[in-house]
Design a protein. Structure first.
Lengths: 137, 137, 137
């Protein structure tokens, strides 16, 4: 009913983790309920995003990179590099937890929805994601 | 304990769905717990917003329209029009899932909180929202 | 399994409420599950943020203050002052609800994750936060 998943990221990028989350749901054997996904970090996030056209995630990355500028002279927290503070802001804007309905024993996502782990740091990182299932009713 | 609701939107706008969500809570007959609301799309979102002055949602719309510009030349994903990619970014920033406490058998919202479905596409759309109830404890 | 907490804020600032939320989790005595945290207001928010270097929250505040300008002439909703509408936008961007996994009877936060109540209004406010626990499975 609760599993911890570990992902190795190649640095700033989005990673489709829908299949890994769906496997935890299948293992749990719950018919109707909720699937909660949580990333135990403050410079990576979780989001639901369009899953058909990779341009969507590329465009989102460009939008975020312009809205939250790496090395912004306003940022004082830069001990780990120019992407450090930007990664915190990006994580807060896109969110560190997600809850998805479970219906008929499976994730009840829309056709074009995928679950993505978003690495906001430039360097590769190991990221831990906790998936928890709870029954409706 | 889980119901799917369908809403017809008139194009970009916010729709107060508090009463519809509250009705699912009343039907479920749970005293204390959680009410999860999820939109099965990537270009519409769910948010809690001030429910007394419509200017708040108008101001929010103006802020978002300036922050995420329709037809931004940086966006490559534009097959469905200039509002397509902006709708994805806006949905991610405002979020596609919400969880609200249930107390005494009802949604435990603050006095000024309403639950809104936010349509980010310019054209009218049919949007599906899944509401799931789970008991505390 | 559900408790309401009240916090007095000194005006715009972040308040670490991790210990208060953790106490509700300890009281509930649930081994594995979910801890949901909800703020019953539309001009304060809840977020998970880096908890080691206060510069992170200062930088975030500066970023938000520049992205969502108090007294923006575009805003019409200003009855309670120039920070009124900005507080609503900031709350929606950073979110009013959070769900955190409970593992081994405790909040399963990462080492650098803290739970913060973010007051977006300039004046001191009393804010109510509802914490709800639900069991996994």
């Amino acid at each position: 009913m609760q599993q911890s998943l570990t992902f190795q990221t190649p640095g700033r990028s989005t990673l489709d983790i829908t299949a890994e989350v769906a496997r935890v749901v299948a293992d749990a054997g719950i018919d109707a309920g909720l699937c909660h996904v949580f990333v135990r970090h403050t410079s990576a996030s979780l989001m639901i995003c369009e899953n058909a056209d990779p341009d969507v995630r590329d465009d989102l990355e460009r939008w975020l990179a312009r809205a939250v500028v790496d090395g912004d002279p306003m940022f004082r927290h830069d001990t780990e590099g120019p992407d450090d503070m930007a990664a915190h802001v990006r994580s807060i804007l896109t969110g560190m937890d997600l809850t998805i309905p479970v219906t008929g024993g499976a994730l009840n996502l829309g056709t074009w929805q995928g679950v993505y782990l978003y690495e906001h740091r430039s360097a590769p990182h190991q990221r831990e994601v906790v998936v928890t299932l709870s029954r409706a009713g």
